[in-house]
Design a protein around this ligand. Structure first.
Ligand SMILES: Cc1cc2nc3c(=O)[nH]c(=O)nc-3n(C[C@H](O)[C@H](O)[C@H](O)COP(=O)(O)O)c2cc1C
Length: 477
């Protein structure tokens, strides 16, 4: 398992994961280069969809949210914005195997994603369609990862580098049909089967179609898209680990641009993240038990988050500590305001290195209600939750080092952890609600982060589902 906090490394050869010590987490060489993907080194930075003023417009304030959001009307289109929301590729389609009921280390781990059942499980449990909500007027389709108003701007691709310097085959996941669709073949006119070929390592690549979210959220969309991309990266990493695969995560922008070179829908789709997945036989004892069941049950609660005031078990917090200690990126802090957790006094805690430390005991509601506000109103019923989490990241240092790209990178770091938290909550019958109705500056002040250069990127409330969480049926492929 590979984790890192800095520059990513991409393997020298397509099967490099097999050959290296998979527990080696960091690479300091800063080398970039993707086998089978030409034009790699020195990819120019290019324009970023995350200008520096997004921090002030979409994190420290919500000024970029258009007034039309309240009425559910479409926001006026951004000048020069791409309106395409992404029609499925017209190329050949490859139905995936039915996803297994349980997620467990693959019987033939050396085949990696060349095993059709592993391929199907990885896509389905990372980003597949999980539940159909029959509530009238609700959002009917729910996937393995949360998405603001179920708009799902992310796309998930399989990039299979060819031998030598051949370009890569690229397939896109179609969750609605549980299929992969060919986007680009290494050899023109070929019809590469995504699970054919040797058990070498492949890349899972995440992109984002901002237009899907911008139709409601206007200029606020890049923030939501970056959050979701991070959550999806956490999802792929978790499911790959449950399948016993070896993974290597990275944040490096040049590598990402190289992996997406030549096949992205220009102007419409932004490259966000990648994860190298290789064959192997690893036992990840940190992966929660019955992960498939938890992912099928995962949900964000009712439209207004107003759970039953029921205590969460202490085991949920222990498990959260273990899982977050194996998150793809370590450079974040998890602050917890505990209201009702069996055996633990109410108070503010810090979860770091797998250990929970009490910072201040006492009623947390007044502080959380000051942080968790949307235009002066309390965003959720924090009086009934089990706990509320705030994820902070070292913003000043990242901006100093990476400039505008710090926005993408830090949202990947925090988003991956946010998804892990939602899965652990689901394992214990709780909902986890990501909610952007919070004051980032107030959060920093009350969490004691002022002057530290850290910024809070996620607020997540955890509680029972409550009586109004809708009527959802499982989706079966
Ligand atoms: C990045 C992100 C931001 C969100 N922001 C809000 C929010 O500000 N307010 C809110 O009520 N729900 C918010 N949500 C919750 C989504 O609306 C919810 O995840 C979606 O309805 C999907 O439901 P499910 O997770 O149960 O499948 C957010 C979710 C995500 C992923």
């Amino acid at each position: 398992m590979t984790r890192e906090t800095g520059t990513a490394r991409v393997a020298d050869a397509t099967d490099a994961i097999d050959a290296t010590d998979a527990t080696d987490t960091t690479d300091t060489t800063g080398r970039t280069g993707v086998p089978g993907v030409p034009g790699v080194p020195g990819v120019p930075g290019g324009g970023t969809p995350f200008p520096l003023d997004l921090w002030s417009e979409a994190v420290y304030s919500r000024r970029s949210i258009p007034a039309t959001l309240a009425t559910g009307d479409y926001a006026p289109e951004e000048p020069g914005a791409h309106s395409g929301s992404g029609t499925p590729p017209a190329g050949p389609r490859f139905p995936l195997d039915p996803p297994p009921l349980r997620l467990e280390p693959a019987a033939h781990a050396s085949r990696g994603l060349a095993d059709p059942s592993v391929l199907a499980a990885l896509f389905h449990y990372s980003f597949g369609l999980m539940q159909h909500d029959l509530t009238p007027g609700g959002w009917p389709l729910h996937r393995a990862v949360a998405s603001a108003r179920c708009l799902y701007p992310s796309e998930l691709y399989l990039v299979s580098p060819g031998a030598d310097n051949q370009r890569a085959d690229v397939h896109r996941f179609d969750p609605l049909r549980h299929q992969l669709a060919l986007v680009r073949a290494a050899v023109d006119g070929c019809r590469p089967d995504p699970s054919a070929g040797p058990g070498t390592s492949r890349f899972l690549v995440i992109t984002s179609r901002h237009a899907r979210t911008a139709r409601l959220y206007g200029g606020y969309a890049p923030r939501l898209c970056a959050q979701e991309a991070g959550m999806l990266l956490g999802a792929v990493h978790l499911v790959a680990a449950a399948l016993g695969l070896r993974t290597r995560t990275g944040l490096d922008r040049a590598t990402l641009l190289a992996l997406t070179d030549g096949w992205l829908e220009s102007g419409a789709e932004h490259p966000m993240a990648y994860l190298e997945v290789g064959p192997g036989a690893e036992h990840h004892d940190w992966v929660p038990a019955d992960l498939a069941g938890a992912l099928r049950a995962r949900q964000s609660g009712a439209a207004l988050f107003d759970p039953q005031p029921v205590a969460a078990p202490r085991a949920m917090l222990d498990e959260l500590g273990t899982v977050l200690a194996h998150a793809p990126f370590a450079d974040l802090s998890c602050h917890l305001y505990l209201s009702r957790v069996t055996g633990l006094p109410a108070g503010r805690y810090l979860l770091a290195g797998g250990r929970l430390r009490l910072v201040r005991a006492g009623d947390v509601v007044p502080e959380v209600e000051r942080i968790g506000q949307t235009e002066g109103r309390v965003s959720m019923n924090f009086r009934a939750v089990s706990f509320t989490a705030y994820l902070s990241v070292p913003r000043d240092a990242a901006v100093a080092e990476h400039g505008a790209d710090a926005f993408r990178r830090l949202h990947l770091v925090a988003g991956a952890a946010a998804h892990l938290l939602s899965v652990v909550a689901a394992r214990h019958g709780h909902s986890a609600r990501v909610h952007n109705g919070y004051e980032a500056a107030t959060a920093e002040r009350l969490l004691g982060l002022t002057g530290s250069g850290e910024t809070v990127l996620f607020q997540i409330a955890v509680g029972t589902s409550g009586p109004d969480a809708g009527f959802r049926l499982p989706v079966v492929f």
